[in-house]
Design a binder for this molecule. Structure first.
Ligand code: GLN
Length: 537
């Protein structure tokens, strides 16, 4: 078993997640069996109850785990599914230790951070590595070295290094190289300080990733090596890249693979880049479409990370560029002008009443103006509410999430949710089978009867209204395996309007983009061309 630990220094937000993902990508495409784990030192049990506005998107795994968005990056870069245990938090560690204390498992002893908490951390790490039979497990530690919260984790990792055979734990540290003044001189002092901080905890790094704007100079590399005792070959410059998908190549060119294999005493291998054509397509984009993303967290783009990535994946396989236009749904209550110049509309998932009316307006606009439309989760539910209100004449139709007393509860609580009061981990979560009906747009898109997609919701289309919708032109072309949950909707006679209760963005991968995102982009291109033909004739 080999472990690569990635810590961060100087400031937060340096792209440690991208570096971890890129490293895992290089190693797994060099023939190694790799897995990745994220440590989040916050007290929350998991990311499920966190506001995307503060923390970015809540990512959902196959097994229903609600986890940090970095796990999404790992899955995309590793091209494999991960599980809930690939994300540990202070909350998970402490609740386990306290549970065992109550059971009397530590009878007689004083339960302490060292060794009880640190042992539990190490146990989780080793169990994961074993259960996945990973040859190399990457462990990214959230936060910045020196944070009080991450101390027990760093201590546990120091102990791991001490207990495991020599040269089987490799420490990487990500730092910032500021470039100051007109001459843009590269400054190494923050890196020196940060490494000193790490050494104070008893960890000597083996690799330093230097984040900076341009190329790391030889002089900086030498200096950092001298002050930190890391060989020059282990000082890797990570300049700002056009997108995270370019980072593996940048790192690989500096010999990172050879350095790591040499450290672990492994046979040398070579990195086979599976994304050559994919990156070429992104580079060579000739035609682009404008897609509006109508949401309420549009000020923090990380809140829609997987959608953003899904569209990049679409560009990578189709060569069609996507310019995302982020629209705050509330603004549509004043005017829909912003929708006039877009070629497609995406309404992503969301919770709570604020912003919903704007989303319903966007659904109506897409339906009435024939604009290509994709609704996801709350976007799917908004399309149902809009249709009920404006086509079926159910004036105050709503979801009971937003109006308990609506006369037309077309979206209602899932029956199994009655009486559930805990907020954490209690939604309908994770991968579930969906049956795609024949002779539908959805069937054309998927070209199969059975798919499996990830979910995260508490509400659903109220079964009591389904017949009314079906009779009037809204067709549910995808259902769950028991045929009671509506999963996909489309409009009769309309090929560019589709919505899903599930979140296809979570399973989108660079070479296998979410099918419905790809379809939206293709429809948007057709729509755009149609409009420009109209204008020129
Ligand atoms: N709030 C809705 C529900 O709970 C939609 C959830 C979502 O968009 N993820 O069903």
């Amino acid at each position: 078993m080999h472990y690569i630990v990635i810590t961060g220094g100087v400031i937060s937000g340096l792209g440690k997640g991208t570096i971890t993902s890129s490293l895992s990508h290089i190693l797994s495409n060099s023939g190694h069996n790799v897995s990745a784990m994220k440590i989040d030192p916050y007290i929350n049990y998991d990311a499920g109850t966190m506001n995307p506005y503060q923390h970015g998107e809540v990512f959902v795994l196959e097994d229903g785990g609600e986890v940090d968005l970095d796990l999404g990056n790992y899955e995309r870069f590793l091209d494999r599914n991960l599980a809930t245990d690939n994300n540990i938090t202070t909350g998970k560690i402490y609740s386990e230790v306290i549970r065992r204390e109550r059971e009397g498992k530590y009878l007689g002893s004083t339960v302490q951070i060292i060794p009880h908490i640190t042992n539990e951390i190490k146990r989780r790490i080793r169990t994961l590595a074993q259960s996945e039979s990973a040859e190399i497990l990457l462990i990214e530690v959230g936060g910045t070295v020196g944070d009080i919260e991450s101390m027990p984790f760093l201590e546990a990792l120091r102990e791991l290094n001490r207990e495991e055979p020599r040269s089987s734990v490799l420490f990487c540290h990500v730092t910032l190289i500021p470039e100051v003044g007109a001459s843009r001189e590269q400054k190494t002092k923050p890196t020196q300080h940060s490494v000193n901080e790490l050494r104070g905890i008893g960890i000597q790094p083996d690799i330093i990733f230097c984040r900076l704007k341009g190329q790391l100079s030889d002089e900086s590399r030498k200096k950092i090596s001298l002050f930190t005792d890391v060989p020059e070959a282990g000082i890797i410059g990570v300049p700002d890249a056009r997108s995270p998908y370019w980072v593996p190549e940048i790192m690989n060119k500096q010999g990172i693979l050879q350095y790591i294999e040499n450290y672990f005493g492994m046979k040398p291998s070579t990195f086979a880049d599976p994304w050559k054509k994919y990156k070429e397509n992104i580079d060579k984009v000739r035609e682009s479409v404008r897609i509006a993303v109508v949401g309420k967290y549009t000020h923090l783009l990380d809140a829609y990370m997987s959608h953003k990535e899904a569209f990049t994946h679409v560009t990578g396989v189709t060569g069609i560029g996507v310019d995302l236009v982020w629209l705050d749904s509330d603004s549509l209550k004043e005017s829909t002008n912003d929708l006039e110049s877009v070629d497609g509309i995406l309404i992503p998932g969301g919770f709570g009443y604020r912003g919903v009316e704007g989303k319903i307006i966007a659904c109506r606009y897409a339906r009435e103006h024939q604009v290509p439309f994709l609704g996801i989760c709350l976007g799917f539910q908004a399309a149902v509410i809009e249709y009920a209100r404006n086509v079926l004449g159910m004036k105050d139709a709503n979801s009971t999430e937003f109006d308990q007393n609506t006369r037309y509860p077309v979206i209602d609580l899932l029956p199994e949710q009655e009486g559930v009061s805990d907020m954490g981990g209690t939604m309908r979560l994770g991968a579930k089978p969906v049956t795609v009906k024949e002779n539908t747009i959805a069937h054309d898109i998927y070209a199969t009867d059975h798919i499996s997609e990830r979910h995260r919701h508490r509400y659903e289309v109220n079964p009591g209204y389904i017949e009314k919708f079906e009779d009037s032109g809204m067709h549910f072309s995808g259902v769950d395996d028991a045929n009671i949950r509506m999963e996909i909707l489309e409009l009769k006679g309309r090929k560019n309007f589709i919505a899903t209760q599930y979140h296809s963005e979570f399973k989108s991968r660079p070479l296998f983009p979410s099918r419905v995102h790809k379809y939206l982009v293709e429809m948007a291109l057709e729509y755009r061309r149609g409009r420009s033909n109209e204008r020129s004739s």
